[in-house]
Design a protein around this ligand. Structure first.
Ligand code: MF3
Ligand code: CO
Length: 237
């Protein structure tokens, strides 16, 4: 899984550098697919529940699952890029949000806080902790900054499938997976989705693109993390 996630990391690094004013998200998608296949891996999202692209490219008020398109990135945009691959039967999954050119102070703060909430969550991937501990630290960090955590989409276990048990919510939940204990060898994808405004989201008529209902900006970061007796191991770092 380290190898799968290192391919994801390399693709994300390249796309982050290329995400400049004037490039289309379809061009980013093409670069990603080429790089993934060159390493002998396959794009994990392409064909997953009929998702039609290699990457998700979600701009500004788009939260996740944005379709790559002929839209050119503009100065002041923020773009979330999500990449998943399968290599020798094992999956890797990670995402980053990057600014294009010069963006607002508020956009930069949104990106920083979302990133920090993921870092704090990773520290909670300790044997004996519960999924609840991960969810709580993300929610607290985000809400203390006045932002909100998306409820309708969550992180997930990952391994020989892209999505496995348990679900990893980014907010406190009483039911579901919250009381599951973290065990050595568990691998999870933690992926906070954070909005400047309300946490409510809608799906566009394309059936995939998730946007904030109030059209406020949204950021998304994701890492695949293994729990070990010696603490968290970030496979996609
Ligand atoms: N990182 C996202 C997830 O785990 C991306 C999935 S896109 C999809 O859900 F097309 F594969 F659904
Ligand atoms: Co994921």
């Amino acid at each position: 899984m380290r190898e799968s996630n290192q391919i994801v990391k390399e693709v994300l690094n390249e796309l982050s550098l290329r995400a400049e004013e004037g490039i289309t998200t379809l061009e980013l998608n093409r670069l990603a697919e080429k790089k993934i296949r060159k390493q002998g891996a396959t794009p994990a999202f392409l064909g997953y529940r009929d998702y039609p692209f290699t990457i998700c490219a979600s701009i500004n008020e788009e939260v996740v699952h944005g379709f790559p398109s002929k839209r050119r990135l503009q100065d002041g945009d923020i773009i979330s890029i999500d990449v998943g691959v399968c290599f020798q039967g094992y999956y890797g999954d990670a995402a980053v949000t990057v600014p294009v050119g010069e963006v607002s102070e508020q956009a930069l703060r949104l990106i920083a806080v979302t990133r920090e909430s993921l870092d704090l969550a990773i520290e909670k991937v300790q044997v004996g902790n519960r999924i609840f501990d991960i969810s709580a630290v993300i929610q607290d960090r985000v809400e203390s900054e006045g932002f909100s955590v998306v409820r309708d989409f969550v992180g997930h276990g990952i391994g020989q499938k892209l999505h496995e048990e348990p679900q990893i919510p980014n907010f406190r939940m009483d039911e579901g997976s919250s009381q599951i204990k973290i065990k050595p060898g568990m691998v999870i994808a933690i992926e906070p989705m954070v909005n400047i405004g309300s946490y409510e989201v809608d799906t566009l008529p394309d059936g995939w693109t998730v946007v904030t209902r109030d059209r406020s900006l949204s950021a998304h970061f994701e890492h695949t993390v293994a729990a070990t007796a010696n603490g968290p191991m970030v496979l996609s770092a």
